[in-house]
Design a protein around this ligand. Sequence first.
Ligand SMILES: [Zn+2]
Length: 435
Amino acid sequence: MLRKTNSFTDILLQENPSNVLRQSFEGGRIAQTYLFAGKASVGRMTVAKAFVALLQCQKPVRDEKGFLDSCGQCENCRRILNNSHPDVKYITPNGNEIKIEQIRELQDSAVLKPTLGAWQIYIIDPAEKLNISSSNALLKTLEEAPAHSLFILLASDTGAVLPTVLSRSEIVRFNAPSHQQAREILQNKFKMSPEAAASCYSLSEGNFGQSLNMAEDFEYDPEIVGIKRAHTNYLLQLQMFAQNIENDFSSVNNLEDALKKAWYLQTVSYQPLLEARKALCRSLVMNTGLPKAFPLLFSQEIVDTIDSASAYIKKSLDPILAESKKAYPAAVIKDIETQITASTTKWGSDQLEKMFLCLMNFYTDAMLMAVNADETLLLNLDRKEDIITVARVEGLDLLKSRIEMLEKSIVLLRRYIQPLLILENVMTQIGGTEA
Ligand SMILES: [Zn+2]
């Protein structure tokens, strides 16, 4: 997820919102509160960082098009790139929401003069996680904020943001690329073959940001595996992921880092795990009769493995927590421990949600093929033959009911209803017939 620059020139998409922001900078018409509206991972944070760099840069430069851009060299630019700028702060959920204490802290610091840059900047991500009291506190802050403070709110669902906060914000819209646009960008920018670009994109389940993260070291492997092997391999890759994370976490030597790593856990893309999930879902969707015990037995194994992997990840941060006990008050340690637990638990529940999303994308593609839509609309373009087979075997009505069943299952998962029961139900409905 590490970007090498915060230059507007290096942004692969989102020319419109970028231009809006750059023009307002040139014209000196900078709003105090922006709301970046658009789906997750379409580039809102990337554009936010480019804009913040431009605002704080000591010596903006002109690019080929004649637009101003940050220099990338000055102390402000460098610090923004490695997330250590004292006047650029990120407000992210503490647990499941952005709490009023976090906004009060923001309120106190927003009145102070910036120490290094020209602005005190706050990036609130995602704004939907503000609850009523923190929204109201933020509103008050926005109303009273001094001229040197600037707020950027990121939201994928503007309906979930308090209308009074919305009305104080300049809304900048971010559109997701079409599947075909996304594949073309991967092909052109990373010199991928059409097959590799299609595979990389389909593994991301339509999450463009994630496919970009993988693109640089993507290894194209068209191998297709049978359902039992796919299942075993998926379990193995969950464990491998946890081990990789443990290695990464072993370099953590302070509490702040531990927390940061824990929060970034959700954004780590590990290609072998994505491939294993895709192969398992493909096998499920393509099945022509599975062993009868499969749904219950395999569901149990999946849930157990996810649980133990997330416990393992959490445990790898125990040493740093224990070590910090001498230097920090117990309440701080406890708070950080709670946040780390929340993050690893979320990683675990995300695994099932992503599996359901993956299945849903297969069925959505099959529906497109069933109505003879243009193949460039497919997410899983790399598995077109499979999709055509599924479309032929299942038919429109069944495909539609499967998609609805999966949508409902995702809603239930998010309500923390027994994940094992939900997974068993999905597996039974999709693949519960005897061979
Ligand atoms: Zn600079």
